[in-house]
Ligand binder design. Structure first.
Ligand code: ADP
Length: 190
């Protein structure tokens, strides 16, 4: 299996690039943010719980997120591999993911980090707010909190995979096509 964690701060372009990667490598895309938003739309119990955290730009608790992710993976019996987008976002999630994947005889192949400077991220999120309709894009305080949460809780996940020699950095600045080409080159060289 080819299991890629696509990593990067809010606004790095993970969602856009995931679409390109699943098309080229025939993988299943699991975006925890998208799954939470679908649950909010469907007014499920999980959605109601997630919304209270997401609207503030905070992380949904690990246990809830991990259990949801596991059940989504298990639904995909014939998958050739996965793009994990927005997960893992804490070291506890990364450890749980390793244990879980080992239990089904697979593992993370690589984490690919889309690297984008903070001022560029702020600009992108401001623009996205005009079209996304996402409550967490609309408020500058919430955007700032998401960036802070990323620095404090999520950035350490990079070290986690670096220690396993699985981290690859990709420059996330440039045209969408250029960035896709960099990602394809990185994956084709694994
Ligand atoms: P972005 O990375 O652009 O902020 P996402 O769609 O990945 O957008 O995430 C939106 C929100 O969903 C996060 O701010 C968080 O509240 C919640 N979320 C997504 N993935 C996770 C996760 N792995 N753990 C906890 N919360 C998450």
């Amino acid at each position: 299996m080819l299991n890629i964690v696509l990593f990067g701060p809010p606004g790095a372009g993970k969602g856009t690039q995931s679409e390109r990667l699943i098309a080229r490598y025939n993988l299943v895309h699991l975006s925890t943010g998208d799954i939470f938003r679908a649950n909010i739309k469907g007014e499920t119990e999980l959605g109601l719980l997630a919304k209270s955290y997401m609207d503030q730009g905070n992380l949904v608790p690990d246990e809830v997120t991990i259990n949801m992710l596991k059940s989504e993976v298990l639904k995909q019996e014939n998958a050739k591999g996965f793009i994990f987008d927005g997960f893992p976002r804490t070291n506890a999630q990364a450890q749980a993911l390793d244990t879980f994947l080992a239990s089904i005889n697979t593992e993370i192949t690589r984490m690919i980090g889309l690297e984008v400077a903070e001022n560029e991220l702020r600009e992108r999120l401001k623009k996205r707010a005009e079209v996304s309709g996402r409550p967490d894009d609309a408020n500058p305080d919430v955007i700032q909190n998401r960036i802070n949460v990323y620095k404090n809780e999520t950035a350490p996940v990079k070290d986690y995979y670096q220690k396993q020699e699985k981290y690859i950095a990709v420059d996330g600045i440039g045209s969408i096509d250029d960035i896709s080409d960099r990602l394809f080159a990185a994956i084709d060289h694994i």
